[in-house]
Design a protein around this ligand. Structure first.
Ligand SMILES: *Cc1c(COP(=O)(O)O)cnc(C)c1O
Length: 425
């Protein structure tokens, strides 16, 4: 981009030149991402065509929401695209945690056991499961939990997984994305191998994948390799930045029926649930999602290469293949984390004038710093960064509705680190 515009944005020529040099090497990676996005765009378009999406689908409904054609068609589109028998896609699902809680509590009964063969689950699930004492947890309802940690190299501990599967094991939960941990994220292929292993030991076990941050990163989804349910949030990848709310569960008819009865009420299930005014953005967001995810991935890879070149540890590293949109950068100090976040915030289209400051947050034993300037509150498919201010002082960065805005955010983060005297170019 031209110098004058960078100057207007507050980007120095040192940062601009350094960034362009990093980008020169990334063309083959970006070409690969574009190919995946094109494939996924075709997959979404075909699903919409096959299910005959039409203007009436956007009308929405009120009250009970009986015979809501838009809602029913959208669920068919998700099921078609993700290759499952059924889908539950609703604005009444408030977030990813809620979708996961529905999927778990609908399919686990008292006396059943839940197994995580991939170590500790995402923070918010600890209370859903009852790993941390919590009102209305699965534990309170008599569902037990077992966990098998990953091996030190981040791979599956098959021996102990085999030992952990017993007569009570009803559901196996597999988290695709590392979330905010330091373990690797799993490829869909790896997840498929794990599911196959589990089903060989106990065929009737339900395999659920927490698909948050993973949708459209590859050309296949966990439901293509044997998952009975995949679960995610519409204010992450599949909402394409346009969905204002919602979550999805796609899977077997049997599992989804139970999820629907749990979400609304026994006997009502999928028949009720007004879509209000959300339908157009849920459809359009899903249509945009492959492109938006591609932009976010380019941003993550650009950040990894830029910060690795500057000597920081980055996870995934500059050359690793990607299985989700999250990029971790170990900055090594709280001041650097704050500077990084200030840059991300300054690049946002919304709330760019506010300054991120670390503060105490429920569920954390230390201050947390966050940057987000989003059209949809809390949306993390939009440009955002956060991290707890503690060792090893890692910032987690994700999203960006367009590649160009993600790029600007990363350049701006570098600018703030440079201005603070934390790096030299
Ligand atoms: C974001 C996320 C969740 C929870 O989603 P919320 O919408 O924040 O409730 C669960 N699992 C993973 C891996 C996530 O990334």
């Amino acid at each position: 981009m031209n110098k004058v515009m960078y100057e207007k944005l507050g980007i120095s020529s040192a940062v601009a030149e350094f960034s362009e040099k990093i980008l020169e090497k990334l063309k083959p990676r970006f070409d690969e991402i574009d190919k995946i996005a094109e494939y996924n765009q075709a997959k979404v378009t075909l699903a919409m065509q096959k299910k005959r999406v039409c203007a009436e689908c956007f009308a929405g409904s009120t009250g009970y929401g009986y015979n809501d054609r838009g809602r029913e068609t959208l669920e068919e589109v998700y099921a078609e695209c993700f290759n499952t028998e059924a889908a539950l896609v609703r604005p009444q699902i408030t977030c990813g945690t809620h979708a996961l809680a529905i999927a778990l509590s609908a399919n686990l009964l008292p006396g059943d056991e839940l197994l995580s063969p991939v170590g500790r689950p995402y923070d918010t699930l600890e209370e859903v499961i009852g790993i941390r004492e919590s009102t209305c947890s699965l534990k309170e309802y008599g569902v037990s939990y077992r966990q098998v940690d990953l091996l030190p190299d981040g791979t599956f501990d098959y021996d102990n997984i085999k030992k952990a599967i017993n007569e009570k094991t009803k559901l196996v939960t597999i988290q695709r994305s590392k979330g905010y941990q330091s373990r690797p994220s799993f490829s869909v292929k790896q997840i498929g191998e794990l599911i196959k292993f589990v089903k060989e030991i106990k065929p009737e076990v339900i395999c659920m994948v927490d698909n948050c941050y993973g949708e459209f990163v590859e050309i296949i989804e966990p439901s293509d390799v044997g998952a009975d349910m995949i679960v995610g949030s519409l204010i992450k990848n599949p909402g394409g930045g346009l969905a204002p709310i919602g979550g999805y569960i796609c899977g077997t008819q049997k599992c989804i029926d139970r999820c629907a009865y749990r979400l609304s009420a026994p006997g009502l299930g999928q028949e009720v649930g007004a879509s209000l005014d959300t339908m157009r953005s849920l459809y359009q967001g899903f249509f945009m999602a492959p492109t938006v995810v591609a932009g976010a991935l380019k941003g993550a890879i650009f950040a990894a290469n830029l910060y690795e070149t500057l000597g920081f540890k980055v996870v995934p590293n500059s050359t690793e293949s990607r299985h989700d949109i999250i990029q971790a950068v170990e900055l090594g100090s709280g001041e650097k984390m704050v500077a990084f976040c200030k840059g991300i915030q300054a690049a946002a289209p919304v709330d760019s004038y506010v300054t991120p400051e670390p503060y105490a947050m429920p569920g954390y034993n230390c201050d947390v710093v966050m940057a987000a300037g989003a059209f949809i509150q809390g949306s993390s498919i939009e440009l955002s960064a956060d991290g707890p201010i503690r060792e090893p002082y890692t910032i987690f960065f994700q999203g960006g509705l367009t590649w160009y805005n993600a790029k600007l955010g990363i350049m701006m983060s570098l600018q703030k680190l440079l201005d603070g005297g934390f790096v030299t170019l």
